[in-house]
Design a protein around this ligand. Structure first.
Ligand code: GDG
Length: 497
């Protein structure tokens, strides 16, 4: 960390990212020394390689409540922390973002909680983010706002800074209007989002859901992917008429960077070590997820448990490893989920493990990137079975790590990744019988068939990496509300406004 002695220059930054979190976590040593390390999670993993070597500011929460640190520099990136008190964190982040919007946008897998006080906090914190961006952005700058925590920022920012070009990308699904309509503040959210020039979504269906909501809730007109709203005759947020474009720009991973990591000797050695410590099983099944009810871990365990029970698989020949990264542990639904999963793992192991031969290895821990790549190389069958997932980067990381062409990917059709990764073993995770059959097929299929599928998946992911995603998004933002021209959409030049 380099403390920034320079105040933001009067000119400000031409390119600004706004996301709930800064891309780093604070670590305080016993002697009081502070260091910052890259924080885990889908958004940061994706943006890290895009932002490298780009002069820009990143506005976000520093990861701990209370007073925010002074702005500081990480490479060419100016990090601009936004403060949140413990109460604000509870209401805006754990409450409205993670207990209202998150379940509502993921097919209401658990019931969303609606609290007016949470909504007020959400609005207040969005204002704080908009204020911070308005302060650091140069005249005519490009601002890229991320995700569901900041849906009011586009309009709040436009109010303050009409000179800016504002884009918003949704990392999670956008729900069908029939579900979105439950939200008491649905009109405010849409008006907030329409402050952007371009809105990017993971799948065409998400963009369509958004367009339909604008039509149904606001009475906007939609032609193709362009939305025109005549504005409102009131003085509430986002009352001005708007014409914006909303379209799918599916996110990806840093394919070259991750493959380079996966090819390192250290990773290959680690993979051998992991396999040996599992007792050299013939087949390793693997799941890697944040411990989240959207990821379908319970359904996966149900299928695995029944396969052990039916005698179709058994340790030591077959073992299942589930890495469940700790997540949102202060939200009740996540606490309940953890208890359910741990009880199920305990039951399966009680029934089907033998001394020295474990049926399910459950790791409620975080690992480094290199170790993660090693786990992927050990996985003969990777189980990605979300009930709903915006994209799912783990699926793309898995095939990228398999530079040996081995392995098999079982992939839920309810992920954004399933849209592109057609050669995976597709499953409906609600269909336990189908899930069991597909897992067995992924284990037993002829090596030639598996390699054919893996090679097609790797080609697909390689053809559309995170750098392509960022270039497509920024080109679409620069051209909005028009579509970018063909030539523009292949350029990856940083924005220069
Ligand atoms: C959201 C959307 C969308 C996980 N555990 C560890 C670790 N990870 C890394 C994975 C992967 C990332 O975190 C998780 O990304 P996902 O895409 O799987 O899921 P979400 O966190 O839910 O992300 C999702 C994504 O945003 C991007 O738009 O795809 O749909 O929900 O990169 O490898 N990384 C390390 N240690 C861990 O223990 N180092």
């Amino acid at each position: 960390m380099v403390p920034s002695d320079q105040p933001v220059s009067a000119a400000g930054f031409d390119f600004v990212i706004a996301a709930n979190r800064l891309p780093v976590d604070r670590h305080v040593a016993p002697d009081g020394t502070t260091t910052w390390k890259t924080s885990p999670g889908g958004l940061v993993t994706a943006m890290e390689s895009v932002m490298r070597d780009r002069e820009a500011a990143w506005v976000g929460w520093a990861g701990f409540p209370g007073e925010a640190p002074e702005p500081f520099d990480e490479g060419k990136l100016r990090l601009h922390p936004v403060p949140l008190t413990a109460i604000e964190l509870n209401e805006y982040y754990e409450g409205f973002s993670n207990d209202t919007l998150w379940p509502l946008y993921h097919d209401v897998i658990v019931p969303p909680t609606f609290h007016r006080s949470w909504w007020h906090a959400y609005r207040r914190i969005n204002e704080r983010f908009a204020e911070a961006v308005a302060e650091v952005a140069a005249e005519g700058a490009t601002v890229w706002v991320h995700d569901y925590q900041l849906q009011l920022v586009p309009a709040l920012l436009r109010d303050r800074r009409p000179d800016l070009r504002i884009g918003w990308f949704n990392h999670i699904p956008f729900p069908p209007v029939e579900l979105f309509a439950q939200l008491p503040w649905r009109a405010q959210i849409l008006r907030g989002l329409l402050g952007a020039d371009f809105l990017g979504f993971q799948r065409p269906d998400d963009a369509r859901n958004f367009n339909r909501s604008c039509r149904a809730v606001l009475g906007a007109s939609v032609k193709g992917d362009v939305i025109t709203w005549g504005g409102a005759d009131d003085d509430r947020l986002g009352a001005a008429p708007r014409t914006v474009r909303a379209a799918a720009v599916p996110i990806s991973i840093d394919v070259a960077g991750f493959e380079e990591l996966a090819r390192q000797d250290e990773v290959t050695e680690k993979a051998q070590e992991i396999r040996e410590s599992l007792g050299n099983p013939e087949v390793v099944l693997l799941g890697v997820d944040r411990l989240d009810y959207t990821k379908g871990i319970r359904h996966r365990l149900r299928a695995i448990g029944e396969l052990f029970e039916d005698g179709d698989i058994a340790p030591p020949e077959v073992t299942f490893v589930q890495i469940a990264t700790p997540s949102r542990e202060r939200v009740e639904a996540y606490r309940v989920l953890r208890e359910q999963i741990e009880a199920t793992v305990g039951r399966i192991n009680g029934d089907f493990s033998h001394l020295g031969d474990t049926a399910v290895h459950y790791l409620h821990q975080s690992f480094g990137r290199a170790e993660m790549a090693a786990f992927f190389q050990v996985a003969d069958v990777m189980l990605v079975t979300p009930l709903r997932d915006g994209m799912n980067l783990v699926a793309k990381e898995y095939v990228t790590a398999r530079h040996d062409g081995g392995g098999a990917l079982v992939l839920s059709e309810f992920t954004g990744a399933a849209e592109e990764m057609r050669s995976a073993y597709r499953v409906n995770p609600h269909d336990i019988e189908g899930l069991k059959e597909t897992i067995l097929r992924a284990i037993r299929d002829a090596p030639g068939e598996k390699r054919r599928r893996m090679s097609s998946l790797r080609r697909k992911v390689r053809a559309h990496d995170v750098q392509t995603w960022a270039a497509e998004f920024l080109d679409a933002l620069a051209a909005a509300p028009e579509r970018p021209s063909k030539r523009a959409s292949t350029s990856s030049a940083p924005p220069s406004q």
